[in-house]
Ligand binder design. Structure first.
Ligand code: ATP
Length: 246
């Protein structure tokens, strides 16, 4: 791996980028995943590369939903597997959730490589590769609509980090409660999900794990639209603070 000096002012961001490149070289991340990461990075920059109070609100609401869920499922794609496989396994263990590999464009070889990464990170069971248990979700074209009958298909609450808008809309139409991590507060996924954690999944997932550990089964007041609006204002404030004065 390219050696990034700790003293580099953008070391953390470059380190994350390297994980994606390594994931791409290892057949975990798709080309499109690298581009999606680029979009995420740009928004992270605008957010000041830190967890906002709005992200923390969403994390608390997500924890409360996850600990109260009957059948929670965490969906994993290539980027997530490259960025935080151990944390995904830890979160699944704490809230007793199933893990399903679910890719935007189904690709059996990449799915199996991702399963290996997750198992190496401690997962006992990973759904999403057995064609006998595949089900179709309505409203999507053929390559993007397959889910596992023991996973997302059956779930009441699904965590879909870095998801595409069409699929989020389809999951909502199936009656699922959708939790997402998405650095872009303006994406269709961000606007459609029930709970959008606008933060880098790398930072936010550990916070979500801590919240789940202390969260009780109770509903907490949360409004995703208001929270997203607050996030956009935060970006505006951040930009004004950082704008060079002429
Ligand atoms: P939509 O279809 O929801 O309008 P999109 O076309 O931008 O959005 P994709 O490119 O499929 O969706 O999804 C990638 C999303 O994930 C982007 O919104 C991007 O900002 C976000 N993203 C990328 N990397 C990260 C990360 N590390 N943490 C959180 N979000 C990320």
């Amino acid at each position: 791996m390219y050696l990034i000096p700790k003293s580099h002012p953008r070391a953390k961001s470059l380190y994350i980028r390297e994980k994606l490149v390594k994931g791409f070289d290892g057949g975990v991340v798709a080309k499109e995943g690298l581009m999606a990461h680029g979009r995420g990075e740009a928004f992270d920059y605008l957010l000041g590369e830190k967890t906002s109070k709005y992200a923390q609100n969403a994390i608390r609401a997500a924890a409360s939903s996850l600990v109260s869920a009957k059948y929670p499922v965490i969906s994993v794609n290539g980027n997530v597997a490259a960025l935080c496989p151990r944390e995904i396994v830890k979160l699944a263990r704490i809230v007793n959730a199933k893990i399903e590999v679910n890719l935007f464009y189904t690709n059996q070889k990449r799915k199996e490589t991702i399963v290996k990464v997750l198992k190496k990170s401690g997962a006992k069971e990973v759904l999403g590769t057995d064609s006998k248990s595949s089900r179709r979700i309505l409203g999507l074209d053929s390559v993007r609509r397959v889910v596992d009958s023991n996973g997302i298909y059956k779930a009441d609450v699904v965590v879909v980090p870095l998801e595409d808008g069409d699929r989020t809309i389809a999951l909502k139409k199936m009656g699922k409660k959708v939790i997402t991590f998405d650095l872009n507060p303006l994406s269709r996924t961000a606007k459609t999900a029930d709970i959008t954690i606008v933060d880098n999944v790398v930072r936010a997932i550990n916070r979500l794990i801590s919240e789940c550990k202390k969260s009780k089964i109770r509903k907490i007041p949360y409004n995703n639209k208001k929270n997203l609006a607050g996030t956009v204002l935060e970006i505006k404030k951040n930009l004004s603070r950082r704008m060079p004065h002429a």
